[in-house]
Write a protein that binds this ligand. Structure first.
Ligand code: SF4
Length: 500
């Protein structure tokens, strides 16, 4: 196995020729050439002018594709970009708003894999600490011969940071992505590493994202960082922002499971920016992982982060509380006065045994299946029983997808049904960002961002296009959007051994 290498290069702007040169030189330095089914995975969790710093920019992707072509020895049989963007939004919409479809003009044979529309492939796991025995991933991921991870350098509310490994949350469709997306999210991300390891990583750290992941604050880092080992890569990125990689659980777990080194002495670091100079550039970079009570301090939302059903975690990093933080930031993008419009409201997560200080008439929302409470609220005795279902009882083959229109109906019906009650429960594990956005929309009488006229025409077009493709493929007899076992004889050795 090649020694883990990380290359740090200066790149102040999204200049395609410069990115192309930097990435080509890195590929040559690492002795890498794309081959066979080559798949590039960006981070397009959210895209477009309202989310300008959330995603791997198209100029960056263009530079990477040029560089791969530059070092291609004629062994590439298929070149594709694949992603599942943030849930409930069709990936077609994310590709379109990110300007990715325009890449087809430069690379006519480029394929776009919308992972929410692909056949899902079952990958068996056998390591001792796995959360479950199988994981599902879209077929293009399982089949990839040369996998290139192209994440965005960002902070993250659930996992502190999102660099290379965390980008893997987008190699699952919605049904499977939401399973274990709770206090075990870091363990899930570590398990996803068994599906495939990238031969090459190139992160868009030109304009990095501070503080959060859907609406990050731009941070001019001016770097392109590349490497050949995901753990080593993430460890170096952590050091750049002054974060101990061992304290980021998914990085530590992947390291402990043998996916790569974490000590700087075991990693070759090269490039025209040394680690110390990169650290100077990153001074003051704000990470994620802020408790929900602190995040909403000074607003009309009083949050209570209780204990999830876990013997190892006393807070649900990875689940509902962080989703509320992302939800309010999405609403702030669409309405800068939304905080003033939301009336005093109490939002409760997990098992809370401290008083809930609601005044008569103030809404109290118990968010998520594990919310539990037994006490007085505004002079009334209230008991909320946990609906939490242990992960061992959740069967991924029975997971169902809920699109945004179904979620709108579900949340709207729940809020209408409970409109005269001060205490209400929102079910789910997790309750997604979209559902929490819709809950706040109802509580505050806010504009629904999913119906914003600036977006809705494109959104509905992409949604209908996705639905139409589904129908056509089904009529053609393709296994479309279905879950089924893969030909493991072909996929598993690739999936479990490449790059390790
Ligand atoms: S319901 Fe929400 S807070 Fe509770 S365990 Fe699930 S994701 Fe975490």
């Amino acid at each position: 196995m090649a020694r883990a290498s990380v290359i740090i290069r200066a790149c102040e702007t999204y200049d395609v020729p410069r990115i192309r040169t930097i990435v080509r030189e890195a590929l040559q330095h690492l002795g890498l050439r794309p081959r066979g089914r080559t798949l590039v995975k960006p981070n397009l969790v959210a895209s477009g002018p309202l989310f300008p710093h959330a995603y791997t920019r198209p100029e960056f992707m263009q530079g990477v594709l040029h560089a791969l072509a530059d070092v291609n020895d004629g062994e590439v049989t298929r070149l594709g970009i694949g992603e599942r963007c943030g849930i409930t939004v069709p990936t077609r919409y994310a590709f379109k708003n990110a300007g990715y479809y325009d890449l087809k003009k430069t690379f006519p044979s480029l394929l776009f894999h919308h992972f929410d529309e692909e056949t899902q492939v079952e990958i068996p796991l056998s390591h001792p600490d796995r959360l479950r025995d199988t994981l599902f991933t879209p077929r293009p991921v399982a089949e990839a011969d040369f996998f290139v991870n192209c994440p965005k350098f960002k902070a993250h509310p659930w996992t502190t940071v999102t660099f290379s490994m965390k980008n893997y949350i987008g190699i699952q469709d919605d049904r499977h992505r939401l399973i274990d997306h709770d206090h075990q999210l870091n363990a899930k991300v570590a398990d996803l590493q068994y599906i495939v390891q990238p031969q090459f990583i190139a992160i868009d750290a030109i304009t990095a994202g501070e503080g959060r992941m859907l609406t990050p604050i731009p941070f001019d880092l001016g770097l392109v960082i590349m490497g050949n080992n995901q753990v080593a890569f993430d460890a170096v990125c952590c050091h750049i922002i002054g974060q101990d990689p061992l304290e980021v659980e998914h990085i530590r777990l992947a390291h402990e499971r043998g996916f790569g080194p974490i000590r700087l002495d075991d990693i070759d670091i090269s490039g025209d920016v040394d680690l110390e100079a990169a650290q100077v550039r990153a001074e003051g970079f704000r990470k994620g992982l802020i408790r929900v009570e602190d995040y909403f301090a000074g607003t009309n939302i009083r949050a209570y982060g209780g204990r999830p059903p876990s013997e190892t975690h006393d807070y649900c990093w990875g689940g509902c509380p962080g989703a509320l933080e992302e939800a309010i930031e999405v609403l702030r993008v669409f309405d800068t006065t939304c905080d003033d419009k939301i009336p005093p409201v109490h939002i409760v997560f997990g098992e809370v045994d401290r008083p809930i200080d609601a005044k008569p008439g103030e809404k109290v929302v118990f968010m998520g299946d594990c919310a539990t409470y037994d006490g007085d609220i505004a002079g009334q005795s209230v008991q909320i029983r946990s609906r939490y279902v242990d992960r061992s009882a959740k069967n991924p083959t029975e997971a169902r997808h809920e699109d945004i229109f179904r979620k709108m109906l579900k949340v709207g019906a729940n809020m209408w049904w409970n409109r005269n009650k001060d205490v209400l429960v929102v079910k789910g594990c997790p309750v997604s960002v979209a559902e929490q956005v819709l809950t706040l929309v109802n509580l505050g009488g806010l504009k629904n961002p999913y119906l914003d006229p600036r977006l809705s025409v494109d959104f509905v077009n992409c949604y209908l296009s996705s639905q139409t493709k589904t129908a056509i493929r089904r009529m053609a007899g393709e296994r479309y959007n279905t879950v089924g076992p893969f030909d493991r004889g072909e996929a598993r050795p690739k999936a479990l051994t490449s790059g390790r």
